[in-house]
Design a protein around this ligand. Structure first.
Ligand code: LLP
Length: 420
């Protein structure tokens, strides 16, 4: 469910007309609905009621501190992958003991900060990382709680660039070496083993790969316990997909995922940890953009909009589909046109949709690019010296700018002319 609906002929976020936000903030602009974030978090968390579960929202999906604070109030933990994300989670009020630290290349400085914050667990991905963490912990006179991220060799996910659980991917400890890795961890004085971690991919639209991964990890937990390791936690990562409004398969709802997890893990006697990102944030945001020009090409019409691939990278990077519609509802006898919807950047890949039929629009009209709450603003850049897109959070009839649009002067502030 998302709180982006037409009222009085105009698309709203909750009770705020999107054109009202554009009048003040301009375009392009990301607009988020706090009620949608809250609803998605609650639906996800309630799917695991009755079992010991920690929902550690994957900060990478949308890391604005206002988003994190919204989820923190509901009791969310956080899955972070850098010192920067750790700082955001702490500032937003997520307690250290609800933070898990993932990622294949944690630096020693990041490890030290996470130890200082008293995080719940490091998801360790290699033996060299384990040894470095042991040294950092010993220097501080602390013991680092760890799970190994194991690679279950399960293929899943919507696109090869976001599939992570197959053995050719860079992630995790190879399945065949997992038990040796735990044996080494048990010998290190700065390390305490607490669990097992997997993450098999993103935009997964089918429960079968989750089932395969859970069964494999459950048997590994049995073998690890037989070898004397105390396994308290099973982190199953993120990955549950969302509907994007195209013809691809609709992912199962969190309730079905929850039922599967409960059925397969009821005998394991572990705390389950989840790292959902997209399923919480994806449909909680839209990117608003203005039509700059309608250009009649030789064999097609181009809609040139003021958002570009630097603002929303997903279509260029993954050929991702995003539903795009006018903010003003078309009249009853509206005309349709088939457009290629493109941004102003000097690259052919700066294309949001090809051959997309939609109500005919004109220069100056506003469009909403849907399902851009996850992996939207966080993946933006200033390519072509385009200022980062501002972010706005709506709550009922109110809205707040939660990230300002930088000026060109802001962008240039950190650059220097050398003095030679
Ligand atoms: N945990 C780990 C260790 C991850 O690597 C990820 C995502 C998540 C959790 C959250 O996964 P989610 O629930 O959001 O699927 N930029 C891509 C998605 C990359 C996902 C990377 N890892 C996109 O725009 O589709």
């Amino acid at each position: 469910m998302r709180h982006f609906d037409f009222k009085n002929g105009e698309l709203h976020a909750e009770d705020v007309a999107l054109s009202r936000i554009v009048a003040e903030v301009g375009t392009p602009v990301y607009v988020y609905s706090s009620a949608t974030f809250e609803h998605h978090y609650r639906v996800f968390a309630e799917s695991f009621s009755g079992i010991d579960a920690l929902v550690a929202y994957s900060v990478k999906a949308n890391s604005n501190i206002a988003v994190l604070a919204t989820l923190a109030k509901l009791g969310a933990g956080a899955d972070v992958v850098s010192g920067g994300e750790l700082a955001r989670a702490l500032i937003a009020g997520i307690p250290g003991d609800r933070i898990v630290f993932s990622g294949v290349g944690k630096t020693r400085a990041e490890m030290a900060d996470a130890l200082d914050a008293g995080i719940k667990v490091f998801n360790v991905e290699s033996l060299p990382e384990l040894r470095a963490l042991n040294e950092v912990a010993l220097e501080k006179g602390l013991i680092a709680p760890i799970s190994f991220r194991v690679n279950p060799d399960v293929t899943a996910g919507g696109h090869e660039k976001i599939s992570t659980g197959a053995k050719e991917n860079k992630f995790g400890i190879a399945w065949s070496s997992a038990e040796d890795a735990y044996a080494e961890a048990a010998r290190l004085p700065g390390i305490r083993v607490v669990g097992v971690d997997v993450h098999i991919g993103s935009q997964i639209d089918d429960l079968a790969p989750f089932e395969a991964a859970i069964r494999k990890v459950a048997s590994l937990i049995g073998r690890l316990r037989a070898a004397g390791h105390k396994i308290h936690a099973f982190d199953i990562g993120g990955g549950l997909g969302i509907p994007y409004g195209d013809n691809s398969r609709t992912p199962p709802p969190p309730s079905e995922y929850g039922a599967l997890v409960k059925r397969l893990t009821s005998d394991l006697d572990v705390q389950m940890i989840f790292e959902p990102g997209r399923v919480i944030a994806g449909n909680s945001g839209v990117l608003l953009t203005e039509v700059l020009y309608v250009k009649e090409g030789e064999d097609r019409a181009f809609l040139i909009i003021d958002a570009a691939m630097n603002d929303l990278l997903r279509p260029a990077l993954y050929d991702a589909f995003h539903d795009i519609e006018p903010v003003r509802a078309p009249g009853p006898d509206f005309q349709s046109t088939t457009y290629d919807i493109v941004g102003p950047i000097c690259e052919t890949g700066d294309t949001f949709a090809k051959g997309r039929e939609m109500p005919t629009v004109a220069s100056g009209d506003l469009l909403a690019i849907h399902s851009t709450g996850a992996y939207g603003a966080v993946q933006s850049s200033q390519y072509n010296t385009r200022p980062l897109v501002p972010e706005v959070m709506v709550r009922g009839e109110a809205y707040r700018v939660i990230r300002e649009r930088p000026t060109i002067a802001d962008i240039l502030k950190t650059e220097r002319l050398p003095d030679w």
